[in-house]
Write a protein that binds this ligand. Structure first.
Ligand code: AMP
Length: 281
């Protein structure tokens, strides 16, 4: 695996390959890699000639400085994991290389997608995400880029970003990878203590419960059931539980025929914020 610290050098290398007709797959990450990340890389490897992974903890997408400071980092172990699965390229830059003109996010509009759920709870988050994803796609010039459904709102926003900014890259959604107890894999899980890890499996259980009752109950009933369940749990604090239209991500009040819905949840385990979602149709 070739490791690049500088965008210009990586871009030169990838351009040379692209001219020769090689298809490039790209998987952006913030490191502290787990099997969920590796599944994206493996999917890219099956669909492209070359796979690039980036590890960059993007400061502009953190609205909470404490979350940024505490974000787990394990570059040596990550590099080993990527080598083990034969990833072709790793881009491991300093912030200056990604943001040569200073650490600032551009302001984007995604037709309202950016204002729901994570956008409402984390002001500026999606401007930071879109700014870094656009820059990374310009550097890595991929034919396909892989994003996890774990961050479903981010996935929808990135799909819109490539259309609005006319970036010639196909965005490929990838299924959520889970721990044995159902907890969605996340770099932040490393910060959970054993008791929190165990109780955090309830997050997926709530989603499964919403899915199995989706046809028989109203949206209000589903929401009330989930909220009362969390009121009785001292270790987990429910931030939101929403059932939203998958296209607009607007919270649904009533189910409509021919529309597709997903349930979205954000929960605090102590100071650690966890998100998850599930398809309801
Ligand atoms: P992150 O490093 O958290 O920014 O994630 C990098 C990419 O991996 C994003 O596209 C995430 O949606 C995806 N990802 C993170 N966790 C999972 C998971 N458990 N299953 C599938 N994809 C994931």
């Amino acid at each position: 695996m070739k490791i690049f610290q500088f965008a210009s050098q990586l871009n030169d290398e990838l351009n040379r390959n692209k001219i020769q007709g090689k298809k490039i797959g790209f998987v952006p990450t913030m490191g502290a890699l787990h099997k969920g990340h590796l599944s994206l890389i493996q999917k890219s490897q099956t669909e492209n000639d070359l796979t690039v992974c980036s590890i960059f903890v993007n400061p502009t997408q953190f609205n909470n400085q404490e979350d940024l400071i505490n974000y787990p980092s394990s570059n040596i172990e990550d590099t080993r994991l990527l080598q083990e699965i034969n990833c072709d390229y790793l881009y491991l830059p300093d912030p200056k290389d990604v943001y040569p003109n200073g650490l600032e996010a551009r302001s984007f509009h995604f037709g309202g997608l950016e204002n729901e759920m994570e956008g409402a709870k984390r002001p500026g988050h999606f401007d930071g995400v879109a700014t870094v994803v656009k820059r990374l796609l310009e550097i890595t010039i991929p034919d396909r880029a892989y994003f996890g459904e774990k961050d479903f709102q981010q996935l929808q926003i990135v799909k819109k970003l490539v259309v609005l900014e006319q970036i010639p890259c196909e965005i490929i959604p990838c299924a959520i990878f889970r721990e044995k107890n159902g907890l969605a894999m996340s770099s932040r899980n490393r910060r959970l203590n054993p008791a929190q890890l165990e109780v955090a499996s309830e997050i997926y259980q709530s989603l499964l419960q919403a899915k199995s009752n989706f046809q028989s109950k109203t949206i209000t009933e589903l929401q009330e059931a989930i909220s009362s369940q969390y009121k009785n749990m001292s270790e987990l604090d429910l931030e939101y539980f929403e059932i939203a239209d998958v296209d607009t991500l607007k919270p649904a009040k009533q189910k409509e025929k021919n529309k597709k819905y997903r349930a979205f949840i954000a929960v605090f385990a102590g100071s650690i914020r966890l998100i998850d979602n599930i398809d309801l149709n």
